[in-house]
Design a binder for this molecule. Sequence first.
Ligand code: NAP
Length: 230
Amino acid sequence: MSEKPTALITGASAGFGRATALALAKRGWTLIITARGPEPLDRVREATGATAVPGDVADRAHRTRLATALADLDRLDLVLNNASALGPSPMPHLADYPLDEFAAVLRTNVVAPLAVLQLALPKLRARDGTAIDISSDAAVMPYEGWGGYGASKAALDHLTAVFAAENPRLRVYSFDPGDMRTAMHQAAFPGEDISDRPEPETVVPALLHLIDTRPPSGRYTAAELSVRHP
Ligand SMILES: NC(=O)c1ccc[n+]([C@@H]2O[C@H](COP(=O)([O-])OP(=O)(O)OC[C@H]3O[C@@H](n4cnc5c(N)ncnc54)[C@H](OP(=O)(O)O)[C@@H]3O)[C@@H](O)[C@H]2O)c1
């Protein structure tokens, strides 16, 4: 068996997923990475030595390709469900929310992460591994305009908590990174200057602290973990 820990990261071509992939590669991890756009993903592949599997996590055929890539691994220590859809920008009030768009957000933010957990579970169980689903404060706060995305993250949080209860040997976390200066954040605030938001790289140490210390399964925020590990 390989001595190197191995992770699957979705949404690894940009923002927080990319920053985490670079940090884990620096620590010597073996990575499987995915995102839709092949070129940015390929740049992260080059920088990390990862196996890149381009595609949409909401697409069943793509997830079959991910399962094939996982089957080639002799170990899997971590799954990071980070890929996410914001929904329409500007973000509509629920009264006007196009329902087909809402269904698409749920497919990417709820159905796909569960599907990824399902396909990774046998390998994760073999290592008593860690699964992390990336959440948001919009899962718990009723911000105007954030109803579609927030409902999807609330559903993801609940799914994560039940998955934790059903798999007590694993560590299963919801992780709320807080605001980050990324393309998704800019889409949530179109035309606004978001340069005061922290870069995603600044949040990675809190996630690494979670991975390293393996506290009980549950929901953690980067802010609370940063207090423990500034
Ligand atoms: N930024 C914030 O302020 C903030 C706050 C709270 C929570 N979050 C959460 O943090 C996580 C990362 O967000 P971010 O801000 O870093 O986003 P980002 O910079 O927009 O990056 C998103 C990444 O996910 C990929 N992706 C999106 N949809 C995908 C799909 N259907 N299938 C596969 N890959 C997909 C994107 O590449 P492609 O587009 O090429 O697929 C990209 O690699 C998300 O779960 C988000 O909800 C962000």
